[in-house]
Ligand binder design. Structure first.
Ligand code: NAI
Ligand code: MG
Length: 362
Protein backbone atom coordinates (compact mmCIF):
# COMPACT_ATOMS: atom_id res chain seq x y z
CA UNK A 1 0.00 0.00 0.00
CA UNK A 2 1.38 3.43 -0.89
CA UNK A 3 1.61 6.29 1.60
CA UNK A 4 0.72 9.89 0.91
CA UNK A 5 2.07 12.62 3.11
CA UNK A 6 0.22 15.87 3.69
CA UNK A 7 1.50 18.98 5.48
CA UNK A 8 -1.48 20.61 7.23
CA UNK A 9 -1.26 24.36 7.87
CA UNK A 10 -4.47 25.44 9.63
CA UNK A 11 -3.31 29.09 9.82
CA UNK A 12 -5.54 31.57 11.64
CA UNK A 13 -9.15 32.11 12.70
CA UNK A 14 -11.64 29.66 11.22
CA UNK A 15 -8.72 28.03 9.37
CA UNK A 16 -8.18 26.00 12.56
CA UNK A 17 -11.82 24.91 12.72
CA UNK A 18 -12.32 23.96 9.07
CA UNK A 19 -8.94 22.22 8.95
CA UNK A 20 -10.01 19.98 11.87
CA UNK A 21 -13.18 19.16 9.91
CA UNK A 22 -11.42 18.34 6.66
CA UNK A 23 -8.85 16.17 8.44
CA UNK A 24 -11.65 14.19 10.03
CA UNK A 25 -13.26 13.69 6.62
CA UNK A 26 -9.94 12.60 5.08
CA UNK A 27 -9.33 10.15 7.95
CA UNK A 28 -12.84 8.77 7.56
CA UNK A 29 -12.28 8.23 3.83
CA UNK A 30 -8.85 6.68 4.55
CA UNK A 31 -10.50 4.06 6.76
CA UNK A 32 -12.91 3.06 4.01
CA UNK A 33 -10.28 2.10 1.44
CA UNK A 34 -7.05 0.13 1.23
CA UNK A 35 -5.35 1.82 -1.72
CA UNK A 36 -3.20 4.14 0.36
CA UNK A 37 -2.19 5.22 3.83
CA UNK A 38 -2.41 8.89 4.71
CA UNK A 39 0.06 10.65 6.97
CA UNK A 40 -0.85 14.18 8.00
CA UNK A 41 1.46 16.48 9.95
CA UNK A 42 0.34 19.79 11.47
CA UNK A 43 2.33 23.02 11.35
CA UNK A 44 0.87 25.81 13.45
CA UNK A 45 2.26 28.76 11.54
CA UNK A 46 0.49 32.09 11.06
CA UNK A 47 -0.30 35.26 12.96
CA UNK A 48 0.25 33.86 16.49
CA UNK A 49 3.60 32.52 15.33
CA UNK A 50 4.37 36.03 14.03
CA UNK A 51 3.56 37.63 17.38
CA UNK A 52 5.88 35.15 19.14
CA UNK A 53 8.75 35.12 16.64
CA UNK A 54 8.42 38.06 14.24
CA UNK A 55 7.86 35.62 11.36
CA UNK A 56 4.74 34.00 9.95
CA UNK A 57 6.68 30.76 9.38
CA UNK A 58 10.10 29.52 10.51
CA UNK A 59 13.04 30.12 8.20
CA UNK A 60 13.19 26.50 7.03
CA UNK A 61 9.42 26.28 6.40
CA UNK A 62 9.59 25.99 2.62
CA UNK A 63 12.24 23.27 2.67
CA UNK A 64 10.12 21.35 5.20
CA UNK A 65 7.03 21.63 2.97
CA UNK A 66 8.93 20.41 -0.08
CA UNK A 67 9.26 16.98 1.53
CA UNK A 68 5.47 16.37 1.43
CA UNK A 69 3.23 15.12 -1.37
CA UNK A 70 0.81 18.01 -0.82
CA UNK A 71 0.29 21.09 1.33
CA UNK A 72 -3.18 21.60 2.80
CA UNK A 73 -3.86 25.10 4.10
CA UNK A 74 -6.75 26.61 6.05
CA UNK A 75 -6.66 30.41 5.95
CA UNK A 76 -4.17 33.06 6.94
CA UNK A 77 -4.75 36.47 8.50
CA UNK A 78 -5.56 38.11 11.80
CA UNK A 79 -5.73 41.84 11.13
CA UNK A 80 -6.03 42.57 14.86
CA UNK A 81 -2.53 41.17 15.39
CA UNK A 82 -0.69 41.48 12.08
CA UNK A 83 -1.29 43.80 9.10
CA UNK A 84 -2.76 41.82 6.19
CA UNK A 85 0.05 42.56 3.74
CA UNK A 86 2.56 41.05 6.20
CA UNK A 87 0.52 37.92 6.93
CA UNK A 88 -0.32 37.32 3.28
CA UNK A 89 3.16 37.93 1.86
CA UNK A 90 4.86 36.19 4.81
CA UNK A 91 2.99 32.94 4.34
CA UNK A 92 0.44 32.41 1.58
CA UNK A 93 2.16 34.31 -1.19
CA UNK A 94 5.57 33.08 -0.05
CA UNK A 95 4.41 29.46 -0.32
CA UNK A 96 2.76 30.09 -3.71
CA UNK A 97 5.93 31.70 -5.09
CA UNK A 98 8.57 29.39 -3.60
CA UNK A 99 6.75 26.16 -4.41
CA UNK A 100 6.17 27.61 -7.91
CA UNK A 101 2.41 27.20 -7.64
CA UNK A 102 1.83 28.89 -10.92
CA UNK A 103 -1.84 28.03 -11.40
CA UNK A 104 -4.86 28.47 -9.21
CA UNK A 105 -7.89 26.35 -10.05
CA UNK A 106 -11.27 27.31 -8.63
CA UNK A 107 -14.50 25.51 -9.54
CA UNK A 108 -17.97 26.94 -8.91
CA UNK A 109 -21.21 25.07 -9.38
CA UNK A 110 -24.76 24.79 -8.15
CA UNK A 111 -24.98 22.61 -5.05
CA UNK A 112 -28.23 20.87 -4.16
CA UNK A 113 -29.84 22.38 -1.09
CA UNK A 114 -27.73 25.54 -1.17
CA UNK A 115 -29.56 28.46 -2.57
CA UNK A 116 -27.75 30.74 -4.96
CA UNK A 117 -28.53 34.43 -4.44
CA UNK A 118 -29.34 34.52 -8.16
CA UNK A 119 -33.01 34.34 -9.13
CA UNK A 120 -32.30 31.99 -12.04
CA UNK A 121 -28.85 30.46 -11.60
CA UNK A 122 -29.50 27.72 -14.14
CA UNK A 123 -27.37 24.67 -13.56
CA UNK A 124 -24.03 26.43 -13.70
CA UNK A 125 -20.75 24.56 -13.41
CA UNK A 126 -17.60 26.45 -14.34
CA UNK A 127 -13.91 26.46 -13.40
CA UNK A 128 -11.67 29.50 -13.25
CA UNK A 129 -8.02 28.88 -14.17
CA UNK A 130 -6.09 31.76 -12.68
CA UNK A 131 -2.46 32.68 -13.30
CA UNK A 132 -0.95 32.57 -9.84
CA UNK A 133 2.64 33.77 -9.96
CA UNK A 134 2.86 37.17 -11.63
CA UNK A 135 0.56 39.58 -13.47
CA UNK A 136 -0.87 42.40 -11.44
CA UNK A 137 0.38 40.92 -8.14
CA UNK A 138 4.04 41.73 -8.54
CA UNK A 139 6.63 43.27 -6.29
CA UNK A 140 7.92 45.37 -9.15
CA UNK A 141 7.51 49.09 -8.49
CA UNK A 142 7.88 51.48 -5.62
CA UNK A 143 6.91 54.75 -4.01
CA UNK A 144 9.04 57.87 -4.34
CA UNK A 145 8.84 61.51 -3.17
CA UNK A 146 6.57 62.79 -0.42
CA UNK A 147 3.35 64.64 0.05
CA UNK A 148 1.85 66.22 -3.05
CA UNK A 149 4.75 64.97 -5.19
CA UNK A 150 4.40 61.37 -4.03
CA UNK A 151 4.41 58.81 -6.86
CA UNK A 152 3.37 55.13 -6.58
CA UNK A 153 4.39 52.80 -9.39
CA UNK A 154 2.99 49.28 -9.54
CA UNK A 155 4.08 47.16 -12.49
CA UNK A 156 2.13 44.25 -13.88
CA UNK A 157 4.40 41.49 -15.18
CA UNK A 158 3.27 39.15 -17.94
CA UNK A 159 5.80 36.58 -19.16
CA UNK A 160 5.18 34.45 -22.22
CA UNK A 161 6.07 31.33 -20.23
CA UNK A 162 3.45 31.83 -17.51
CA UNK A 163 0.80 33.15 -19.89
CA UNK A 164 1.17 30.18 -22.22
CA UNK A 165 1.21 27.70 -19.32
CA UNK A 166 -2.00 29.13 -17.87
CA UNK A 167 -3.90 29.28 -21.15
CA UNK A 168 -2.76 25.84 -22.28
CA UNK A 169 -3.88 24.32 -18.97
CA UNK A 170 -7.31 25.91 -19.49
CA UNK A 171 -7.62 24.32 -22.94
CA UNK A 172 -6.53 20.90 -21.67
CA UNK A 173 -9.10 21.15 -18.89
CA UNK A 174 -11.83 22.22 -21.33
CA UNK A 175 -11.11 19.15 -23.47
CA UNK A 176 -12.03 16.99 -20.45
CA UNK A 177 -15.13 19.08 -19.72
CA UNK A 178 -17.54 20.91 -22.04
CA UNK A 179 -15.02 22.21 -24.56
CA UNK A 180 -15.35 25.93 -24.09
CA UNK A 181 -12.74 28.45 -22.91
CA UNK A 182 -13.53 32.06 -22.07
CA UNK A 183 -10.57 34.41 -21.76
CA UNK A 184 -10.83 37.35 -19.36
CA UNK A 185 -9.30 40.39 -21.01
CA UNK A 186 -9.30 44.18 -20.86
CA UNK A 187 -7.37 45.01 -23.99
CA UNK A 188 -9.46 48.12 -24.55
CA UNK A 189 -8.12 49.74 -21.38
CA UNK A 190 -4.85 47.99 -20.55
CA UNK A 191 -2.88 48.52 -23.71
CA UNK A 192 0.27 46.40 -23.39
CA UNK A 193 -0.27 43.31 -21.27
CA UNK A 194 -3.82 42.54 -22.33
CA UNK A 195 -3.32 42.66 -26.12
CA UNK A 196 -0.32 40.37 -25.45
CA UNK A 197 -2.57 38.04 -23.41
CA UNK A 198 -5.15 38.03 -26.25
CA UNK A 199 -2.46 37.21 -28.81
CA UNK A 200 -1.16 34.25 -26.80
CA UNK A 201 -4.74 33.10 -26.27
CA UNK A 202 -5.37 33.08 -30.03
CA UNK A 203 -2.09 31.28 -30.72
CA UNK A 204 -2.89 28.49 -28.28
CA UNK A 205 -6.53 28.29 -29.37
CA UNK A 206 -5.27 27.38 -32.85
CA UNK A 207 -3.94 24.11 -31.34
CA UNK A 208 -7.44 23.23 -30.09
CA UNK A 209 -9.79 23.60 -33.05
CA UNK A 210 -12.52 21.58 -31.29
CA UNK A 211 -12.70 23.88 -28.29
CA UNK A 212 -15.07 26.84 -28.51
CA UNK A 213 -13.44 30.12 -27.49
CA UNK A 214 -14.37 33.67 -26.59
CA UNK A 215 -12.59 36.73 -25.18
CA UNK A 216 -14.67 38.88 -22.88
CA UNK A 217 -13.69 42.12 -21.14
CA UNK A 218 -13.37 41.61 -17.41
CA UNK A 219 -16.06 44.13 -16.47
CA UNK A 220 -18.65 42.52 -18.72
CA UNK A 221 -17.47 39.05 -17.69
CA UNK A 222 -17.98 39.89 -14.01
CA UNK A 223 -21.55 40.91 -14.84
CA UNK A 224 -22.17 37.78 -16.97
CA UNK A 225 -21.13 35.54 -14.07
CA UNK A 226 -24.14 37.03 -12.32
CA UNK A 227 -26.59 37.23 -15.22
CA UNK A 228 -25.78 33.99 -17.09
CA UNK A 229 -23.26 31.82 -15.20
CA UNK A 230 -24.62 28.68 -16.87
CA UNK A 231 -23.03 29.72 -20.19
CA UNK A 232 -19.44 29.27 -18.94
CA UNK A 233 -17.23 26.19 -18.81
CA UNK A 234 -13.55 27.07 -18.30
CA UNK A 235 -12.56 30.70 -17.73
CA UNK A 236 -8.90 31.65 -17.98
CA UNK A 237 -7.69 34.81 -16.29
CA UNK A 238 -4.69 36.77 -15.06
CA UNK A 239 -3.92 36.90 -11.34
CA UNK A 240 -6.06 39.91 -10.38
CA UNK A 241 -8.92 39.17 -12.77
CA UNK A 242 -9.02 35.55 -11.61
CA UNK A 243 -9.03 36.64 -7.98
CA UNK A 244 -12.08 38.83 -8.52
CA UNK A 245 -13.97 36.35 -10.70
CA UNK A 246 -13.52 33.55 -8.20
CA UNK A 247 -15.00 35.58 -5.37
CA UNK A 248 -18.03 36.08 -7.62
CA UNK A 249 -17.96 32.31 -8.21
CA UNK A 250 -18.13 31.72 -4.47
CA UNK A 251 -20.87 34.30 -4.09
CA UNK A 252 -23.15 32.89 -6.82
CA UNK A 253 -22.74 29.39 -5.33
CA UNK A 254 -24.35 30.75 -2.18
CA UNK A 255 -21.39 31.42 0.14
CA UNK A 256 -17.68 31.97 -0.05
CA UNK A 257 -17.54 29.34 2.71
CA UNK A 258 -18.10 26.52 0.22
CA UNK A 259 -15.65 27.52 -2.53
CA UNK A 260 -12.56 25.29 -2.96
CA UNK A 261 -9.25 25.90 -4.71
CA UNK A 262 -6.03 24.22 -5.79
CA UNK A 263 -2.65 25.91 -6.30
CA UNK A 264 -0.78 23.72 -8.72
CA UNK A 265 2.88 23.15 -9.41
CA UNK A 266 2.36 22.06 -12.98
CA UNK A 267 5.83 20.54 -13.36
CA UNK A 268 5.42 18.31 -10.31
CA UNK A 269 8.77 19.51 -8.96
CA UNK A 270 7.30 20.65 -5.65
CA UNK A 271 4.07 19.75 -3.85
CA UNK A 272 0.89 21.55 -4.86
CA UNK A 273 -1.07 23.47 -2.25
CA UNK A 274 -4.78 23.17 -1.58
CA UNK A 275 -6.80 25.84 0.28
CA UNK A 276 -10.37 27.09 0.31
CA UNK A 277 -11.11 30.45 -1.31
CA UNK A 278 -12.27 32.08 1.92
CA UNK A 279 -10.08 33.81 4.47
CA UNK A 280 -9.81 33.43 8.24
CA UNK A 281 -13.19 35.13 8.93
CA UNK A 282 -12.26 36.79 12.24
CA UNK A 283 -15.90 37.88 12.61
CA UNK A 284 -17.06 34.30 13.23
CA UNK A 285 -13.86 32.60 14.42
CA UNK A 286 -14.16 30.38 17.49
CA UNK A 287 -17.97 30.28 17.34
CA UNK A 288 -18.50 26.94 15.54
CA UNK A 289 -20.21 28.86 12.74
CA UNK A 290 -17.68 28.29 9.97
CA UNK A 291 -18.91 26.34 6.97
CA UNK A 292 -16.47 23.43 6.57
CA UNK A 293 -17.54 22.62 3.00
CA UNK A 294 -14.96 24.86 1.27
CA UNK A 295 -12.14 23.10 3.11
CA UNK A 296 -13.67 19.64 2.68
CA UNK A 297 -14.29 20.12 -1.06
CA UNK A 298 -10.68 21.36 -1.26
CA UNK A 299 -9.60 18.07 0.35
CA UNK A 300 -11.47 16.27 -2.43
CA UNK A 301 -9.55 18.29 -5.05
CA UNK A 302 -6.33 17.32 -3.27
CA UNK A 303 -7.16 13.60 -3.31
CA UNK A 304 -8.09 13.84 -6.98
CA UNK A 305 -4.74 15.52 -7.72
CA UNK A 306 -2.88 12.85 -5.72
CA UNK A 307 -4.44 10.13 -7.85
CA UNK A 308 -7.55 9.15 -5.88
CA UNK A 309 -10.43 10.41 -8.02
CA UNK A 310 -12.86 7.92 -6.49
CA UNK A 311 -12.09 9.26 -3.03
CA UNK A 312 -12.67 12.78 -4.30
CA UNK A 313 -15.96 11.76 -5.85
CA UNK A 314 -17.25 10.08 -2.71
CA UNK A 315 -16.42 13.14 -0.59
CA UNK A 316 -18.25 15.43 -3.02
CA UNK A 317 -21.18 13.02 -3.04
CA UNK A 318 -21.24 13.10 0.77
CA UNK A 319 -21.23 16.92 0.74
CA UNK A 320 -24.17 16.92 -1.69
CA UNK A 321 -26.06 14.42 0.42
CA UNK A 322 -25.64 16.59 3.53
CA UNK A 323 -26.65 19.86 1.86
CA UNK A 324 -29.63 18.16 0.21
CA UNK A 325 -30.78 17.18 3.72
CA UNK A 326 -30.40 20.85 4.73
CA UNK A 327 -27.69 20.08 7.29
CA UNK A 328 -26.07 23.47 6.84
CA UNK A 329 -24.24 26.24 8.66
CA UNK A 330 -25.67 29.75 9.12
CA UNK A 331 -23.92 31.34 6.11
CA UNK A 332 -26.10 29.18 3.83
CA UNK A 333 -29.28 29.53 5.84
CA UNK A 334 -28.89 26.62 8.26
CA UNK A 335 -28.48 26.38 12.01
CA UNK A 336 -25.99 23.53 12.32
CA UNK A 337 -22.49 23.92 13.75
CA UNK A 338 -19.21 23.26 11.96
CA UNK A 339 -18.83 19.99 13.87
CA UNK A 340 -22.37 18.81 13.12
CA UNK A 341 -21.96 19.35 9.38
CA UNK A 342 -18.60 17.58 9.52
CA UNK A 343 -20.07 14.60 11.37
CA UNK A 344 -22.88 14.36 8.83
CA UNK A 345 -20.38 14.30 5.94
CA UNK A 346 -18.33 11.58 7.68
CA UNK A 347 -21.47 9.60 8.39
CA UNK A 348 -22.40 9.61 4.69
CA UNK A 349 -18.90 8.58 3.65
CA UNK A 350 -19.12 5.60 5.99
CA UNK A 351 -22.56 4.62 4.82
CA UNK A 352 -21.52 4.76 1.11
CA UNK A 353 -18.70 2.44 2.06
CA UNK A 354 -20.98 0.01 3.88
CA UNK A 355 -23.45 0.02 0.98
CA UNK A 356 -20.65 -0.70 -1.49
CA UNK A 357 -19.35 -3.53 0.66
CA UNK A 358 -22.80 -5.07 0.99
CA UNK A 359 -23.23 -4.74 -2.76
CA UNK A 360 -20.00 -6.63 -3.33
CA UNK A 361 -20.64 -9.49 -0.89
CA UNK A 362 -24.18 -10.10 -2.09
P1 NAI B 1 -13.05 36.18 4.65
O1 NAI B 1 -13.18 35.24 3.54
O2 NAI B 1 -12.28 35.73 5.83
O3 NAI B 1 -14.52 36.59 5.16
C1 NAI B 1 -15.46 37.26 4.34
C2 NAI B 1 -16.88 37.01 4.87
O4 NAI B 1 -17.25 35.66 4.57
C3 NAI B 1 -17.00 37.16 6.38
O5 NAI B 1 -18.25 37.70 6.69
C4 NAI B 1 -16.91 35.72 6.89
O6 NAI B 1 -17.59 35.51 8.09
C5 NAI B 1 -17.55 34.95 5.74
N1 NAI B 1 -16.95 33.61 5.62
C6 NAI B 1 -15.72 33.30 5.10
N2 NAI B 1 -15.50 31.99 5.18
C7 NAI B 1 -16.58 31.43 5.75
C8 NAI B 1 -16.95 30.10 6.09
N3 NAI B 1 -16.14 29.05 5.84
N4 NAI B 1 -18.15 29.89 6.68
C9 NAI B 1 -18.99 30.91 6.91
N5 NAI B 1 -18.71 32.19 6.60
C10 NAI B 1 -17.51 32.45 6.02
O7 NAI B 1 -12.43 37.53 4.09
P2 NAI B 1 -12.00 38.88 4.84
O8 NAI B 1 -12.94 39.16 5.96
O9 NAI B 1 -11.79 39.88 3.78
O10 NAI B 1 -10.58 38.59 5.45
C11 NAI B 1 -10.34 38.12 6.78
C12 NAI B 1 -8.88 37.75 6.93
O11 NAI B 1 -8.58 36.66 6.06
C13 NAI B 1 -7.91 38.86 6.51
O12 NAI B 1 -6.83 38.83 7.38
C14 NAI B 1 -7.50 38.49 5.11
O13 NAI B 1 -6.25 38.99 4.73
C15 NAI B 1 -7.49 36.99 5.20
N6 NAI B 1 -7.69 36.29 3.93
C16 NAI B 1 -6.97 35.16 3.75
C17 NAI B 1 -7.15 34.39 2.63
C18 NAI B 1 -6.41 33.12 2.54
O14 NAI B 1 -5.77 32.67 3.47
N7 NAI B 1 -6.45 32.46 1.42
C19 NAI B 1 -8.11 34.77 1.58
C20 NAI B 1 -8.87 35.95 1.90
C21 NAI B 1 -8.65 36.68 3.04
MG1 MG C 1 -9.63 36.72 -3.22
Amino acid sequence: MSTITIACLPGDGIGLEVMASAKEVIQTWAQTQNECKIEMQDFYWGSDHYVKTGRMMPEDAISKLKAFDAVFLGAVGNPALVPDHISLWGMLIKIRRELELSLNIRPARVIDGIQSPLRSPGNFDFVVVRENSEGEYSESGGVIHNGKDEIAVQNAIFTRKATERTIRYAFELAKKRNSKVTSATKSNGIVHSMPFWDRVFQEIAADYPDVETESVHIDALAAFLVTKPQTFDVIVASNLFGDILTDIGGAVMGSIGIAPSANLNTEGRFPSMFEPVHGSAPDIAGQEKANPIGQVWTAAMMLDHLGYPKGAESIIQAINEVTRQEIKTADVGGSYSTKEVTQAICHHLQSFHLKNREGKTR
